[in-house]
Design a protein around this ligand. Structure first.
Ligand SMILES: *Cc1c(COP(=O)(O)O)cnc(C)c1O
Length: 463
């Protein structure tokens, strides 16, 4: 055995203690660490020929790399939609690496049973009891898998299997959506359906939610040709929701596959006063739910759900002489793009077991109230205004005076430099704007105050 490997094995308990101490430093220091960093170049390093062992590798990482990493796991990082990681989910994630299960098939381990249980629990949070699901690496892959099954369904309507015959056998594909996430369009590219197949349906005035009457017209114009409709439950800019019930009801008149991208918006289901926003989610043929955002497990994790596992199996079937052909419940290797895969479910299992539906509801409700109070504070300065109402957990705002791209970007940069909070720029209805997205379990009222003060101070300095 290599001498570094042998030494690490001999010292394993002490080394793991050192790793634990580093983690404790990081997690207890996250409140005081600058929220964001403009990364400095760390500089080149030669490929290690001999290695230095874990202890010194840890010291080197802490000195050279860690100070350049962002505090995105902390309570005042409001960029993109970046969840934190609950204590139990961090523990689950550590143990995932420790146990190093291959959650592809279930011949030698109960690991995939744990995944099934967790997929079922999470489905229960969202009313997806009729769906089956699997863990994937993020909402992009969840959307990709949902649309891959949709593609197979389109083929079935025409009496062909796209999995066998290829996308060329399908002819033009019609995908309709109001305000699709970029990952939907990316998935169309990856699936050979093509980005140009996306037909944007008009939204309601001043909204990002699709106009259902216009959607019905677009479907009617297809003259009975089957289509894919992507409904959105929580758009990134203004967290707007399509009317899922009304869209699902259109299937009585027109043949289409209903995919719902509920990456983070689906979590409205956890808060009784917001749950009606996702009423009808269970009607979807496929559903995307992200977990590394509002469920607060570490990257990377999401679940994809469908009511059509038979079609999913056709798409992702992985047959080889040494693999058991699927009977009953197929192995995950036959249901998702990956074959070998980590047991992503374990972090989510830990978090649900430790905190339950109540604990996760608390995260959602506190984040929603944090977003509302930040919005009030920002508007009260007179320097900033909302470009859309706060519908859930995102505040979308801009400068009251001359919201040019230049000034808005200067404001975003100045906020980041404060080290107090981090927000990201966007454009909404042609207006350069800023998003502050709440999705971290640690965020308290004090954090909201600190963020509001830092943003207000930067806006004031901008003049
Ligand atoms: C974040 C997001 C995605 C993509 O998620 P990843 O986890 O980054 O792949 C898709 N749809 C919506 C609505 C999102 O917010």
């Amino acid at each position: 055995m290599d001498e570094n490997l042998a030494a690490d094995l001999a010292e394993l308990p002490a080394l793991l203690d050192a790793v634990r101490e580093s983690a404790t430093d990081l997690l207890t220091g996250i409140e005081t660490r600058p929220v964001a960093r403009a990364p400095k170049e760390v500089g080149p390093a030669a490929l290690p020929e001999h290695g230095i062992g874990l202890g010194r590798a840890l010291a080197l990482f802490r000195e050279r790399w860690e100070p350049q990493f962002s505090g995105s796991a902390g309570p005042r990082y409001f960029g993109f939609v970046t969840g934190g990681a609950t204590p139990a989910s961090v523990a689950g994630d550590w143990l995932t690496g420790v146990l190093d299960q291959n959650a592809m098939s279930g011949e030698d381990s109960a690991a995939i049973e744990l995944e099934h249980q967790t997929v079922g629990w999470i489905g229960g949070l969202f009313g997806l009891e009729q769906h089956t699901g699997a863990f994937v690496s993020g909402a992009t892959m969840s959307n990709f898998v949902g649309l891959a099954i949709a593609r197979e369904w389109l083929g079935e309507q025409l009496g062909i299997s796209v999995a066998q015959a290829g996308i060329g056998a399908l002819g033009p594909v019609h995908v309709l959506s109001g305000t699709p996430h970029s990952s939907i369009v990316k998935s169309l590219s990856m699936l050979g359906i093509g980005r140009d197949s996306m037909r944007l349906v008009p939204t309601m005035p001043g909204r990002e939610a699709v106009d259902v009457d216009r959607l019905a017209e677009a479907l009617a114009a297809l003259d009975g040709r089957p289509a894919i409709v992507v409904a959105n439950a929580g758009t990134v800019n203004t967290v707007d929701f399509d009317d899922l019930r009304a869209i699902a009801a259109l299937r009585q008149r027109y043949p289409f596959w209903l995919h719902v991208d509920g990456a983070f918006g689906a979590f409205a289901a956890l808060a009784p006063e917001y749950a009606e926003l996702v009423d009808g989610l269970g009607e979807a043929d496929s559903v995307c739910v992200d977990l590394h955002k509002w469920f607060n497990v570490p990257y990377d994790a999401a679940v994809q759900y469908t009511r059509h596992r038979d079609l999913q199996l056709r798409v992702f079937l992985n047959s080889a002489a040494y693999l058991t052909p699927p009977t009953g419940t197929p192995d995950f290797g036959h249901l998702v793009p990956e074959n070998s895969r980590r047991l992503r479910a374990l972090a989510a299992w830990f978090s649900l077991t430790a905190y339950g539906r109540d604990g996760h509801r608390d995260i959602v409700q506190r984040n929603i109230s944090g977003a509302n109070s930040l919005a009030e504070r920002l508007v009260a300065t007179g320097l900033l205004r909302l470009v859309a109402p706060v519908r859930l957990n995102v505040v979308c705002f801009t400068l009251t005076d001359q919201p040019t791209t230049e000034r808005v970007h200067a404001l975003v940069d100045a906020i980041a430099e404060s080290g107090e909070t981090f927000v990201t720029p966007t454009v909404y209805e042609g207006v350069p704007a800023i998003r502050a997205a709440f999705s971290n379990w640690r965020t308290t009222d004090t954090d909201v105050d600190r963020a509001a003060e830092a943003i207000a101070a930067a806006a004031l300095a901008l003049g």
